[in-house]
Each structure stands twice: as C-alpha cells, then as structure tokens.
Design a protein around this ligand. Structure first.
Ligand SMILES: Cc1cc2nc3c(=O)[nH]c(=O)nc-3n(C[C@H](O)[C@H](O)[C@H](O)COP(=O)(O)OP(=O)(O)OC[C@H]3O[C@@H](n4cnc5c(N)ncnc54)[C@H](O)[C@@H]3O)c2cc1C
Length: 433
C-alpha cells in the first residue's frame, strides 16, 4: 500500500526520542520506562515495543506470564507511533488474489481471522479505555477513469462471493465525502476507520503494565543467545527467558537472517497541516486511493489534514519532508497547494514479497511476527495476541498465518533492494499514466 524509499536504520547509539510528528505533539504525557540493566529472569522476552510486541505482552501478562518488553528506543517509537492511522479491514491482499495462490479454504480462514482482528481492535480500545480518537469508515478512491466500472463490479463481487459489505460511491458522492473532485469514484467500507496511532501504542503499553508486564526503553537487543533458556542481550543488561518473541518489524534488521531475507524495511512519509478553516471530510472517514504507490489521509478532530504519500529512492529521508510530500498533497487538494505544514515525518515499515505478513516459529521457543506491508494498525495488535496464544500452546490461529508462504526477496541481502526499486519505479510509472 505504501510508497517506498530505501531504509534508514536505527541511530548508531541505538536509541532515539519520538519523531517530531503531530502524533507526538498531541499524545499528551508520554511516560518514560527504564533501561534494562543487569540480569533479569522472565518467562517471555518481547523484542520491540510496537503494536505487535505490546499486544503480545498484554495478552501474556493477563494469562499470568512474567513478560518483559525490550525496546531499543521509546515505546511506540517505530511504525506504530507514526503511521497513517488507517484501519484497513481484511487481509493486505484481495481474497480472490489469495484464493488463486493458496486455495479457497485457507483464504476463507484468513478472511475469518481478519474479521476477528477487526473485532479485537475494538475490544482492545474499549476494554482498556484507550482514548485514541477512533472514527469508523474508510473511503477508497479510484484515481483512473477506466477503474470505475471495475470498482463497481468489485464491490458487488465482494458482497456476493465473500460476504464483504462495501458501498460504491459515484464521482459526485465521492467529491462530497472527501472535499475534492479529482477522483472518479470510490468505495466506502464501514468496517474501516482511523485512529491516533501513538495514543493506541501508549494505551496498549499502559494496559500491559497494568496487567503485570515490565517495559524497558533505550535498550536495543544486540544479540539473542539461543538455547533451552534463550538470553536476550542489550548494552547494559540481559534477560534470560523461556521464550523470545521478535516483534521489531521493519527495524529488526540483523537479529534474524530468515526474517531479514523476507521482511524488507521501507520508508514512508507523512505531513500534518495547520488546522484548516474547512471541514474536508464531513463523515470523518479515513481515505486512501487506488494508486499502487498509495496516497492516504484523514482530517484530525482539530481539522488538520494528515496526509501520507510520495517516494524517493535514496538511502536517506529527504532533507525537507514537507517539501517532498507537498506536491502529492496538492494533486489531491489543489486548493491546498500553499497550505502551512506544521509537522512532517517519516517512518519505516516492513514489507514482504507477496505483502502477506511473515509469522513464524523458527525454533520451538522463538516466534517472529513482522511484514504487515502497510496493514499493521488492525493486524499487528491481533497478531501479537495470536502469538501470545501460541506461546501458551494454542496454535490454531497462529498456524493459519504461519502456513501462508512468504518467499525471500529475490537477490539476497545485497540485491533485493535494487530489485524492489526497479519494480516500484515501474509501478510508479503506471500510476502516472
Ligand atoms: C509512515 C507509515 C505509515 C503507515 N500507515 C499505516 C496505516 O495507515 N495503516 C496501517 O494499517 N499501517 C500503516 N503503517 C504500518 C504500521 O504502522 C505497522 O504495520 C505496524 O505499526 C507494525 O507494528 P509493529 O509493532 O510490528 O512494528 P513497529 O511499530 O515498527 O515496532 C517495532 C519496534 O521494535 C523496536 N526494535 C527493533 N529492533 C529492535 C532491537 N534489536 N531491540 C529492541 N527493539 C527493537 C523498534 O525500535 C520499534 O519500536 C504505516 C507505517 C509507516 C512507517
């Protein structure tokens, strides 16, 4: 779903404050957790304090496990604290696409899990009283005239074949709902939505601590000594545990070769404007478009436009992210070409070759979950919970995910990035035609 730049890795010292996003500015008090120092003993160590790791920790702590979350930077510092906040129901791939690759039965299992993931997100927010500005509804806009009839047919097909309810919106209705007439049609998904991503991460952290989990920040895991009792090593300490969950997603790089081969870190960029005079999206839905390199946006309760889009193929973030994203925003809202941008930031997510998450148990006491490919707001908290179930010995839902084939990127560690860039350049070209 996302535009790409080459990965930027964690800072050399292995820690960083929250990125200067609108989310960090509007999240309220952000608690600090101590660094891991000395030797600790626990049942489970979770590497990474994003949605996957925090949700796994919450479920494990509630089930009575002694669990530690070890985060290199700040809790919610990764993609979970800085994403587009869009709740995309379903799997990352269309059910027809999945059925043609893995068969209809496994596809139906995956779609059932996607429904469960959507319900799980609602329950997490409600049961833990997480005030993360959730608003329902997702509008998917069509940016090429020739896609309009296909979208209309697809909405109908999804209902008949897969029981997925969406509503087709014609051009006038689309313009009314999103405050711009540059799109040719859209579909509305009532099960989608948007939220404040960092507030969700911080709320999960609070709930995990309340359930008994211990969180460590500024504690980058540099080594895992595998064995019957794995030891998770940081600069100042180590945790000896029974089980390790690797939940570092696009930032994990270097800890596990099998994951590195399959989960590619890519960068994506977002801006927030100053509060606008105008309400652009009266229904408060999240909006994304049909470009291969997707634009995605929503309006905040204080009427800022939070807009993600644009791509470069360099090894760093653009020096001026606001200037970089602005032309993309202006393509969607020409009247906002000169709008004042208050915040601009980038982040790293993990994608896989077929865009399906990489969820595995590489050793009996090691689990990995990563590569949601731009769909982690809904999926990652659920997958964290499913991994926790697996740690406790209930494998059913974990196995459905783990059976989905995820091949390594072609070219190995050295060539996979140039290969991807070539492919993405081609798709970007198609977008512009
Ligand atoms: C700009 C952007 C926009 C996005 N927009 C959307 C969207 O609108 N909708 C959607 O569904 N998804 C979106 N995503 C993707 C979504 O944010 C992710 O799929 C999701 O947050 C993944 O959660 P996670 O917990 O697996 O990983 P993360 O949130 O990235 O957390 C991983 C954490 O692990 C830590 N870590 C890594 N290695 C180590 C180590 N060795 N030791 C200790 N800690 C380590 C990192 O510091 C990081 O905090 C977006 C991502 C980005 C970057």
């Amino acid at each position: 779903m996302f535009s790409l730049t080459a990965p930027t890795f964690m800072p050399a010292e292995g820690r960083a404050p929250h990125v200067a996003s609108w989310y960090a500015a509007s999240a309220g008090d952000i608690p600090a957790y101590p660094a891991l120092k000395g030797h600790v003993r626990a049942d489970v160590a979770v590497v990474g304090g994003g949605y996957t790791g925090l949700s796994a920790a919450l479920s494990l702590a509630k089930a009575g496990y002694k669990v530690v979350v070890i985060e290199a930077n700040k809790i919610g510092w990764g993609a979970s604290g800085r994403n587009g906040g869009q709740v995309h129901p379903g799997q990352r791939q269309d059910p027809d696409w999945l059925a043609s690759r893995i068969g209809e039965g496994p596809t139906r299992d995956l779609m059932r899990l996607a429904d469960e993931a959507r319900g799980h997100l609602d329950r997490l927010i409600t049961e833990n009283a997480i005030d993360c500005d959730f608003r329902p509804g997702l509008i998917h806009t069509v940016h090429k005239p020739r896609e309009v009839e296909a979208e209309r047919r697809h909405v109908d097909h999804l209902r008949r074949k897969w029981g997925i309810e969406k509503e087709f919106l014609d051009r006038d209705e689309t313009a009314k709902r999103i405050g711009t007439d540059v799109y040719h049609a859209a579909s509305f998904d009532p099960a989608g939505g948007k939220l404040h991503p960092l507030k969700l991460a911080l709320g999960l952290a609070r709930a995990a601590v309340a359930a008994g989990a211990t969180l460590y920040e500024d504690s980058r895991v540099t080594l895992i000594r595998h064995g019957a009792k794995p030891i998770v090593v940081t600069a100042l300490g180590e945790a000896m545990v029974d089980t390790v969950i690797m939940a570092g997603n696009g930032y994990l790089g270097g800890l596990d070769a099998e994951t590195d081969a399959r989960v590619l870190p890519i960068n994506n960029f977002v801006v927030a404007t100053e509060p606008l005079d105008e309400v652009l999206i009266p229904g408060e839905e999240a909006v994304s478009d049909s470009r291969f390199v997707v634009y995605y946006w929503h309006q905040t309760p204080d009427r800022r436009l939070v807009f993600g889009g644009g791509e470069t193929y360099s090894h760093d973030f653009p020096a001026d992210i606001a200037a970089f994203v602005r032309p993309h925003l202006a393509r969607v809202y020409p009247k906002l070409a000169g709008v004042s941008i208050s915040h601009a930031w980038g982040g790293t997510l993990g994608i896989t070759f077929n865009r399906m998450p990489f969820i595995r148990r590489p050793k009996p006491n090691v689990f990995v979950a990563a590569g949601y490919s731009g769909q982690g707001v809904m999926l990652a908290p659920f997958v964290g919970h499913v991994v926790a179930e697996a740690v406790a010995g209930t494998m059913g839902r974990f196995d459905v995910f783990a059976k989905v084939p995820v091949t390594p990127f072609p070219g190995g560690p050295m060539l996979r990035w140039p290969t991807l860039v070539a492919a993405m350049t081609w798709f970007k070209l198609l977008d512009s035609l």
